[in-house]
Design a protein around this ligand. Structure first.
Ligand SMILES: NC(=O)c1ccc[n+]([C@@H]2O[C@H](COP(=O)([O-])OP(=O)(O)OC[C@H]3O[C@@H](n4cnc5c(N)ncnc54)[C@H](OP(=O)(O)O)[C@@H]3O)[C@@H](O)[C@H]2O)c1
Length: 317
């Protein structure tokens, strides 16, 4: 699936291209399934044209940053790549591959890669959650959010509160182990969070909605609280934050982007192994949110943008 101009989901088109060729320290993966991420939508829309997040190379491009499948030497793997995943064959650097335990399906493994590593590092590496701390996860029914809810539990958090936009999604996040589920709209946000946390401000908030929600969330942190911003699904700009505002409750506002961590460490390292192990032992449930024929990638993107999905979406070639 390729796009030759920037735009909405409709610019994705099925094309025949030559097989990709592996360079040094790379492997061709016969793709069983490719993962869909919100970042793919931004890339195709041309929102990542400039700056450190820029996707590389001229158009046309094949999007897709993660695949699961088989290598020529017979390994069943999941692998991260910057682009090229929406295809029957993809080239992945050896350091960005992990071998799958037998118990873990291709769909589950894809959920663990970009979204799982993101949820893992948000909690462990950036917010540095400590036992008993309260955590609010925005978009808790989404791919990243659903794993963050479960990992917060696994990492010893106290009260876990998730936001989701519909009754059905709120029931779903409670089923994942959240203690409370709230709508979490910007209007009335602080009141909703305090009520869900027995009247107290919270220790950690994970946000990828951005805009006005990010602004009000900052006012719901308790002493030494941390808000981590890692995306802007709302596509709204957030207000500037003055250092003085952070000083009031000694709060921290931190950013996060997974790509530099993968560039430094490779995707196939200890964190992914831990996530695969937790899944194989049944302690983490990556959420299969829908399988689409790869030729239906446009529909998968439209569903994700339309907030109609829960969990991880995958494309089958
Ligand atoms: N920084 C990083 O390295 C990194 C890595 C992975 C993901 N991300 C970011 O994390 C976010 C989630 O990514 P994901 O792949 O896991 O997707 P996702 O959460 O499965 O899907 C997006 C969800 O965001 C919520 N949302 C809130 N406002 C929205 C809006 N205006 N339009 C559409 N959705 C909206 C929806 O949940 P409700 O209907 O419940 O509101 C929706 O289900 C994205 O912003 C993505 O760019 C960042």
């Amino acid at each position: 699936m390729q796009y030759e101009r920037f735009g909405g989901p409709e610019v994705l088109q099925e094309v025949e291209v030559a097989d990709p060729v592996a360079g040094p320290a790379e492997t061709v993966v016969e793709v069983e399934a490719a993962g869909v991420n919100f970042g793919d939508i931004k890339e195709i829309a041309g929102e990542l044209r400039e700056g450190p997040h820029a996707a590389k190379g001229p158009l046309p491009r094949i999007p897709g940053m993660e695949v699961a499948g088989r290598t020529g030497d017979g390994r069943r793997v999941v692998g991260y790549l910057r682009q090229g995943g929406y295809a029957a064959k993809a080239v992945v650097a050896e350091r960005d591959l992990a071998v799958l335990p037998q118990e873990v399906s291709a769909g589950a493994a894809l959920a663990l890669l970009v979204q799982g590593l993101t949820a893992y590092h948000l909690l462990r590496s950036v917010a540095r959650v400590r036992p008993g701390e309260s955590v609010v996860v925005h978009s808790g029914a989404g791919g990243t959010g659903g794993l963050a809810v479960q990992l917060a539990r696994e990492f010893g958090a106290g009260r876990v509160i998730a936001t989701a936009s519909t009754d059905e999604k709120r029931a779903f996040v409670l089923g994942l182990g959240a203690d409370a589920a709230i709508e979490g709209t910007a209007e009335g946000y602080r009141e909703q969070v305090l009520e869900a946390n027995h009247g107290r401000p919270v220790d950690i908030i994970l946000d990828a909605v951005g805009g006005p929600l990010l602004d009000v969330a900052l006012d719901s942190l308790g002493l030494l609280g941390r808000l981590v911003t890692y995306g802007a699904s709302s596509r709204q700009a957030a207000a500037a934050v003055s250092p003085g505002r952070l000083a009031v409750a000694s709060s921290a506002l931190a950013g996060f982007w997974l790509t530099p961590l993968i560039t430094r460490d490779g995707a196939g390292g200890r964190a992914l192994e831990e996530l695969l192990g937790l899944t194989a032992r049944g302690r983490l449930r990556p959420l299969a949110g829908g399988e689409y024929d790869m030729a239906q990638a446009t529909r998968a993107h439209a569903d994700l943008l339309g907030r109609r999905t829960k969990g991880k979406l995958v494309l089958l070639p």
